[in-house]
Design a protein around this ligand. Sequence first.
Ligand SMILES: O=P(O)(O)OC[C@H]1O[C@](O)(COP(=O)(O)O)[C@@H](O)[C@@H]1O
Length: 265
Amino acid sequence: MTRLVEKFLRIFARRGRSIILAYDHGIEHGPTDFMDNPDAADPEHIIKLAREAGFDGVVFQRGIAEKYYDGSVPLIVKLNGKTNLYNGEPISVANCTVEEAVSLGASAVGYTIYPGSGYEWRIFEEFARIKREAVKFDVPLIVWSYPRGGKVTDETAPEIVAYAARVALELGADSMKIKYTGDPKTFSWAVRVAGKVPVLMSGGPKTKTEEEFLRQVEGVLEAGAIGIAVGRNVWQRRDALKFARVLSEMVYGGKKVVEVLGEAK
Ligand SMILES: O=P(O)(O)OC[C@H]1O[C@](O)(COP(=O)(O)O)[C@@H](O)[C@@H]1O
């Protein structure tokens, strides 16, 4: 049954590709993530950015959603989150139910799993409960699949990213977000083992140059990903809207890096 995959695609990939603006960093990394571009500390700035860039959605924690969400861009409520002040084997427990997310206006929900963590058993148990709730409320469930802890030494190693993709498929993701392996060939294996579940690349820390990130995006699209779920590489840039529009040209318009960079000059 791929009904919820199709629902995800209808809402978050209506042009056949997807750009989702991730903004759950306040809990995951803390306000230091906003210091390169302090405007990014304001959720209203983020919604305006996503709307004006024509992106497919935004990712908010429940508190941001309930205080700021205005319905102008499709919403994904991230159901769990942890801080980086936490020491120990990774675990990120839910702070919001699917029902509450729907009441906040969510068209999909997100949940991070850390395959490999010493708490993997607890994470997978909670995930299963959320999966059942998502099916009951007919809400697509997007899995942030980030192997971490335990035996994981390199989160972007091709075999780890492919494992992340396969775990998301087998646990019941309707879409997934995984880290980039660094090249289209190895990333295409992760896309292949993801099967029927659409793959989004997780943006990662802001790259030194815009071109570096654009080449990553070009690579994941070549590898068969449906798009990107990106935060820092957009809203940490001073000219965030200009860069967001370049990203849209590539992801929705099918342009290559050499074309969009040539036009930007
Ligand atoms: O746990 P990590 O690797 O720090 O990444 C967590 C962050 O990365 C994301 O998955 C993607 O955001 P970025 O594009 O900024 O990397 C966010 O949703 C999340 O806050």
